[in-house]
Design a binder for this molecule. Structure first.
Ligand code: PMP
Length: 363
């Protein structure tokens, strides 16, 4: 091995879901929104002629942060934006998890956490979810260098009630606790959870300055292609994130993303309508899957994590792919007999269920 090769950082990268090309496929594998972004976003995009692109974008993303501040009732010093929540979360690992004590996150969760921990040399421990795939708040009440978990969790879709989130934040006031709310806008209105409002930990921010809530435009706002994520927290935490960002790259978010993102945030009616549609489709999908003999945790996200007692998940994954229906399969312990299926439009779900009915009958 050459000397320079020895000096290369050793990492095992995160593997994102496939982005297959071509027509006539049903893409239920990366939790994208099946509906287009707000008409306000699309008409602004048409108006843009690109002349301004000769200039650097606003490094502070002020317009976008102002729109978010109004939407969430927070001062602009309490919001940080990044290039997708992946960018925000990676910066969080770099900024907050430096104590040398282990950071805690669930054994079954968003698999990028482990990759960032390895990349930045952050020690970590992974308390196991219980037999029903639930996070046990008590597992996070111990010495640590930070806590991070998604709510709803991925890939299970399970939502941890806010009282338990608060228990974790309250017990860890010497650490930064990050709640990754990539899917929180879809929580509520489910079978097991009627309350549509108040599912986000944003409301705990008034009480705890060690809490950081991270959200994304990729799912509920149909803007995965723009790459916008944001963090909300105390001004002290936001300042720390900004200091690290400006030590790394001042111009992270491009100008069109800032303006289009702001237009999306200001169209509350469209946001509510599409989120409600996806939740209704999800609840119907639960009934259909159950009818076909599948079992699954009671997801509050825009995906279901399903398993069938008579069919191997991997075989079904491959059969679906041959039909040009893409879902996500994780070849990992405890997950290997499940498929994660993103909620599509009613028509897409109908085609999925037609295929599953025929497939199960044959088998
Ligand atoms: N957190 C969780 C739990 C996710 O599932 C995802 C989507 N892969 C992300 C964060 C990142 O999403 P994005 O970078 O598109 O905002």
């Amino acid at each position: 091995m050459r000397r320079w090769e020895e000096a290369i950082r050793q990492v095992t990268p995160y593997v994102p879901g496939e982005q297959p090309g071509g027509e006539n496929l049903i893409k239920l594998n990366t939790n994208e929104n099946p509906y287009p972004p707000s008409p306000a976003v699309r008409s602004l995009l048409k108006e843009m002629d690109g002349g301004n692109l000769r200039k650097y974008p606003d490094p502070a993303s002020a317009e976008l942060i102002e729109a978010l501040g109004e939407r969430y009732g927070l001062g602009t010093d309490r919001i940080f934006v990044g290039v997708g929540s992946d960018d925000v979360l990676a910066l969080c690992f770099l900024t907050f998890f430096n104590s040398g004590r282990p950071v805690l996150f669930p054994d079954i969760t968003y698999s990028f956490y482990k990759v960032w921990a390895e990349l930045f040399g952050v020690p970590y421990e992974t308390p196991a979810l219980d037999g029903e795939f639930c996070i046990r708040a008590a597992d996070y009440v111990k010495e640590n260098g930070g806590v991070i978990f998604p709510n709803p969790n991925a890939p299970t879709g399970l939502y941890l009630p806010l009282a338990q989130v608060e228990e974790i934040v309250k017990a860890n006031q010497d650490s930064v606790v990050i709640v990754d709310e990539a899917y929180v806008d879809f929580a509520g209105d489910g079978e097991g959870m009627k309350a549509a409002e108040g599912t986000s930990a944003v409301r705990l921010l008034e009480k705890y300055d060690n809490l950081l809530v991270v959200q994304t435009f990729s799912k509920s706002r149909s803007l995965a292609g723009l790459r916008i994520g944001f963090a909300m927290g105390s001004s002290r935490l936001i300042r720390a994130l900004n200091d690290v960002k400006y030590s790394f790259n001042s111009y992270t978010m491009n100008m069109p993303s800032q303006l289009l993102g702001a237009a999306s945030v200001r169209d509350e009616a469209y946001f509510k309508e599409t989120v409600a549609r996806i939740k209704a489709t999800r609840e119907n999908a639960k009934a259909r899957f159950r009818h076909l003999g599948f079992s699954f945790p009671d997801s509050q996200a825009n995906f279901l994590f399903v398993s069938h007692p008579k069919v191997q998940a991997k075989m079904l994954f491959e059969a679906l792919k041959r039909e040009r229906i893409y879902v996500r399969y994780f070849d990992a312990p405890r997950l290997e007999n499940y498929l994660r299926v993103t909620i599509g439009t009613d028509e897409e779900m109908e085609r999925l269920f037609e295929f599953l009915e025929a497939y199960l009958k044959e088998g």
